[in-house]
Design a protein around this ligand. Sequence first.
Ligand code: MG
Length: 361
Amino acid sequence: MAIDRIRSDHYRIPLPVVLSDSTHKEITHFELIATRIGTTDGAEGLGYTYTVGYGGGSVHSLLTRDLPDLLLGAEETRIEALWKEMWWRLHWVGRGGSAAFAMAAVDVALWDLMGKRAGLPLWRLLGGADPTVPVYAGGIDLFFTLDALLEQTSGNLDAGFEAIKMKVGRKKLSEDVERVAAMRDYLGDGFALMADANMGWDRPRAIAAARALAPYDLVWLEEPLEPEDVAGYAEVARIGTPVAAGENFHNLQEFSQLIAAGGVHYVEPDLACLGGITAWMKAARMAEAAHLPVTSHGVHDLHVHLMAAVPNASYLERHGFGLERFMENPLLIEKGRAVAPERPGHGVTLNFDALEEYRVS
Ligand SMILES: [Mg+2]
């Protein structure tokens, strides 16, 4: 078959609750860029990526102006070849950045088509390790009051979560320590708790924070530093609490450098900003070869398949943006584990009629 149509739509969607972290401060909207790719036999694949509120126009522009002629007429099953062609077409403005987001939307649509054609859910097509994956609730809650943080936590416990992540990176380290201590006290010893600094610290601050938070038995401390500080990551990783990183990596070389430097324990690629499923699977294999677990960031309805496919999965993130209100079959969570669906492809269908009111272009 061959690709005979491609359509990309850009939406800006308000969040039900204003979210907060150390990098973005308050987050009021996110952007969704969805790409539908059809083939000559009438099949259609759906891909999508997202932003934290800005930059989606550049992603949409690449998808509508720069990539369609490369894709139209191509065999949709030659995903590696198309991925590389997209990479080189956009590399001058890419090697990551917006190009990686645009490539992700296309790549996911192609894998969706592949799964539908094979009659297999992606988690089986990509390896089929275990359809149930431990899942955590990812709080985006840095500026929540302590009461609001605990109230959110209570809701997550009621919803059956057995692992929770909170934000750190407030102005005073003592406030972070106080909030983590309160969460540990509320959740009890042994409950899986992670903390995420969203790159909010410089190296001395990150070292001080890793030392101060060490007594609270965190599963991991996430993004203590900006991704470029590879030596700093290696230093923080030696302090004791395992380190997670990867959501701000937009190409595979960034993963290979940090892994080689011993700067990460939980490898955390986000397919939506890394160029899609093709690249995510490679990051997961790099982690496996280095004896490291992989976790995920964002777009949990897609990542559940990838985490279920690989043997070194740790925790899937249930991300706070949530597209549930636009989906027919939102992520199923049972007894603290996310369940990868059996529907062919990724099995996600978006309600484009409901999205219409949020259209940008
Ligand atoms: Mg994070």
